[in-house]
Each structure stands twice: as structure tokens, then as C-alpha cells.
Design a protein around this ligand. Sequence first.
Ligand code: PLP
Length: 476
Amino acid sequence: MHPTFDLTADERQKLWNQLFEKFENYYSNTSSLAVSPDLNLENIQNFISKCPIGDAIEPHLAMDFVIEGLSKFAVHTPHPMYYGLYNPRTTFPSILGDAIGAAFNPQLAAWSHAPFANEVENYVIREFGEKFGFTDNCDGTFASGGAEANLTAVLVALCSKFPDYLNNGLQSLSKIPVFYASSESHHSFVKAARTAGLGIHALKFIPVNGKYKMDIEKLKSQIQSDISDGFEPFMVIATAGTTGAGIIDPINEIGKIANQYKIWFHVDAAYGGAAILNTNIKHVLSGIEKADSITFDAHKWLSVPMAASLFLTSHQQILDQTFRISTHYMPKDAEGMEVIDPYTHSIQWSRRFTGLKLYMSLLTFGWDGYDKVIQHQIDMGNLLRLELIKNNWTIYNETELPVICFSDKSLNHKQDFARFFCSKIIESGKAWISAYKIGNDETLRACITNYSTTEYHIKEMIELLNQFRNEFVKLM
Ligand SMILES: *Cc1c(COP(=O)(O)O)cnc(C)c1O
């Protein structure tokens, strides 16, 4: 063993203590930091160049340096005034989970190398499968993110419709495969279309109706005309919680159409899937139980570190059919046992214990804890809506989820309306917010993505918005 790579027990003790202090300072005082960083590239590069990697500095200096860099040059998503893009403050137990995973470094590729870790992940997958209504048959895998889970969905859907594709590729198919998602769906499906070799024209965007949900009549007519034109539809995606405006597509109706045309029905619930854990709003996901597969990101509304996504399916054999492979170099210790080696069951090979952070958080808070914290975020979303309306802002999206797109109708025809507010708010260091275009209207988008956001922070946000509105009016 290299004599210094472990450091000494004494040094490790000192580093843990120092880390604890720094970390605790960040975690308990996040709200005293400016939410957004200095984006001056030169400053950032100069900062990095202060510590060349060849120099082998003391580990405590390396730690100080990295923590300083992250404190100065990052958007602080754990900040209660980060009204951002589904990036959470992470629960303390989930942080412990990530640290434990790094230290034990279990290799989950083969079941026999990490039986505890693999059985924990299987347990968590079964539990979530049951929550979503996959009662008899449920299979799944942890993925590195929603993008990987959505690519997995496209691959299994292709395998389901065209089993020969696995051996002979798309060129062996007599008809060109096409699939469908709404124009508000996530662009990871565009990448999936490319990665799978389908090409982006294989993905047909279905227009949305006045409520920004997939227009069902347009879906039907697109499928019909594609069939008459000689294409072969193989998959339709319902988005449960669009990235822009938190809109939930009509899951039941899309499921019925998928069933009618015998095509794979996937629900991209990367963000909105968390609603299943809340007693009061889980009904918004009604119909998800009929899905062939689901994408659900724990690193969004379940407040665990990036990235932990679940791909769930109600078809127990499909992951095996799509990804099965056999090698001589992988361990065979579990041969004869009724277990699955994850490397034969998913895109990844070497795998970290992705499910641990979620498991640790669930062990600590339980389903009930999540039910309540999700309710709190919904309540804060409703409060923000209420306060916005009271202050003459207009809400543009209708959703039970705490994502609010709003604007001032008397001002948002002016050029750079949204950009003005976003940059003013971000420059103030007090909050973070984004812009989203709804129809032809520029809106501001605020998501209660942080469980520590309280009434106080909502009122602060309203004050900021009103203040910058006054400035905007003066500029006109
Ligand atoms: C975030 C998101 C994704 C992508 O997930 P990543 O975890 O960022 O890869 C996919 N679909 C929807 C609806 C999302 O909101």
C-alpha cells in the first residue's frame, strides 16, 4: 500500500473535525450567503490557478480551497430563497448516505459483490413501484438521472415492439419507428432519440392545449396519419410535471390511446412523481398505474443529492430482454440464486450505491415525513400564488404542484421584461428565479424546490418582485 494514500488516523480525525465545522457552517447558515455566484470567468479561473494540481498540498488546505471555491462560485441551491429548477436542499441523512457510499464504495454491478446494497435498492424499487400502483409486477433500476431513465424507457419500448432490433439494429426494421411526447416535454427524449439511433425526427412533438397539457385529439390524429404514411408508432410519453410549468398531461387518456394502438406508455414523472407520497394531491397522478414504465427523480422533490433516478416498469422481463449480456470476467458467485446482476439489467456497468441516499432519508423520516414536507412545499406554493395575485401579478399556469409562472400583463409586452427581473433578482444575491415563455408571454418562474422555504421567504420574494417592478416602470 502507498504509505500516504490513507493518511494517518490522526490526520483523518483532524480533517473530519475541520470538515464538520465548515460543513455545519454552510448547512446551518446557507441563508446568509448570496444565492448566486460571481460569473466572471477570469475570476473563477484565477481562483483555480492558485492551487496547481501538481503541487501536492496539505489535505486540509485542499479542503479549505474547494469549500471556498464552492461557496464563492456556485448557485446555492440549498438556500431557502432559491426558487429554481427542481434542485433541492438535501436532507442531512441523505448527505450521510452519500458519504457512507463513498467510503464503503460497494460495486453494485454484480449482485454478489454488494448483496446488501443491491437488496436495499430492490426493496426501494418495489416500494416505489407499489406506491405508483405496480402491485403484481414491478421491476426497475436506479439510474444516474432522469435522462438515463428516459433513455432506458426508449430502449425497452423499442425492444418491446421490435425484438429483432436488439440483434440487427434499426436498419432491419421494415417501417420507421416514431414516438410521441408533448411540445412541453423534457428534451432528454431528443437526446434519447439520437442515442438510440432513431434520429430526432422520430420524436413527434404533440401540441398542447390552452392549459399546456398534451392535446389528445392532436395525438390521435398524428398517430393515425403516421400509420397511414407507413411509420410504426412504438411509444407515447405523458409528462407528469413539465419542467417549464409543472403541468401534468392527461395521463389516463394518453394511456388509453397507447393501449388502443398497442404502443409503450411511459410517464415521465421526474419531478411530479413525488406527488404520489402526498395524501392530498396524489390523485393528480391517477392513471400512472397503467403505465408500462415510469421515470422518477429522487434528487428533485425528494431532496436527496444529485443524482438519483428510478426507472420503474410493470413488465418484469423487459429490462432483462433489453440489456442481458454474458461475460466470462464478471463474478458468478450468485449463480443458481434467484437474483439479478444489475449490469445485465441496465445501461450502467460499474454502479455506485445510488439508492442509499434515498434509503437513508426514508429510514429517518418515513413516508409520513415525506407526506408532510411535500405538503409544506405545496402550501408555500399556494401562499406564493395568493400573495402574487394580491400584488397584481397574473398567474399563467394551473397546477397542484408548487411551480408558479407569473407575470405582469401590463408590462410583459416590453422587451427584456423577464430578463430584467431575473438579472436584477440574481444580482441582488437575495434570491434565484428563472424565466419561462408561456405561449407568447414572458413569465417568471418560481418553484418551491426547497423544504426550508417559509412564509417569511415568500414575503421577502414578493417584496423583491414589487421593488424591481417599480424600477422597471421607471425605466420605461
Ligand atoms: C429534470 C427532468 C428530466 C431530466 O432528469 P435529469 O435527472 O436532470 O437527468 C426529465 N424529465 C423531466 C420532466 C424533468 O423535469
